[in-house]
Design a protein around this ligand. Structure first.
Ligand code: APR
Length: 178
């Protein structure tokens, strides 16, 4: 099984053990992938989220997946893009690391991510892809769990940006890295 891959699709259809929700700090649902996940999971997801007391940007909280194929949802509020000078890269990296750590702690073997913060939160996609891939690859290099992580892009255009970023930083041997 490839440890990391970039795919295109609707994350609510994912067969991963856990899918990540690009949430907001209330954890009470929203539009975008947050709205799609809550619609697909059903009202019990919101009921569980109500009891969590929200979540800080960059942190993550785990719930069950209910009507989703995924057994779990890892909710993480990404940073709102404000130009890049207010700690957004570190907070975005923390979203990925927090979800992966929580998955590992719960023995979760497969995790699918959406492209956190690149929709409503307006994080420029190429910049977000660089942060996301670095955070994921660094974590996988140090940990045996999860066994498989995928970036699930909603559009082929987004997947292409992730693939180009991957090729820039991770294709070929180390000597080719900038
Ligand atoms: N499957 C996979 N990816 C999806 C899906 C889906 N079903 N729907 C949207 N996306 C992608 C978007 O194309 C974008 O690339 O998820 C990425 C994140 O976009 P948003 O869902 O808008 O999330 P984000 O930018 O992190 O903003 C979070 O939006 O929905 C609200 O409550 C949420 O306030 C929070 C904010």
């Amino acid at each position: 099984m490839e440890r990391f891959s970039i795919v295109t699709g609707d994350i609510t259809h994912s067969d991963a053990e856990a899918i990540v929700n690009a949430a907001n700090t209330t954890l009470l649902g929203g539009s975008g992938v947050d709205g799609a996940i809550h619609r697909a999971a059903g009202p019990e997801l919101l009921a569980e989220c109500r009891g969590l007391g929200g979540c800080e940007t960059g942190k993550a909280k785990l719930t069950r997946g209910y009507d989703l194929r995924a057994k779990y949802v890892l909710h993480t509020p990404g940073p709102i893009w404000q130009g890049g000078g207010l700690g957004e890269p570190a907070l975005l990296a923390s979203c990925y690391r927090s979800c992966l750590l929580l998955a590992k702690e719960h023995g979760i073997r497969t995790v699918d991510f959406p492209s956190i913060s690149t929709g409503v939160y307006a994080y420029p996609l190429p910049l977000a892809a660089t942060v996301a891939l670095r955070a994921i690859m660094d974590f996988l290099a140090e940990n045996d769990l999860p066994e498989r992580v995928r970036m699930v892009c909603h559009t082929e255009a987004a997947a292409e940006v992730y693939r180009q970023t991957w090729n820039l930083w991770y294709a070929g041997d180390k000597s080719e890295r900038m």
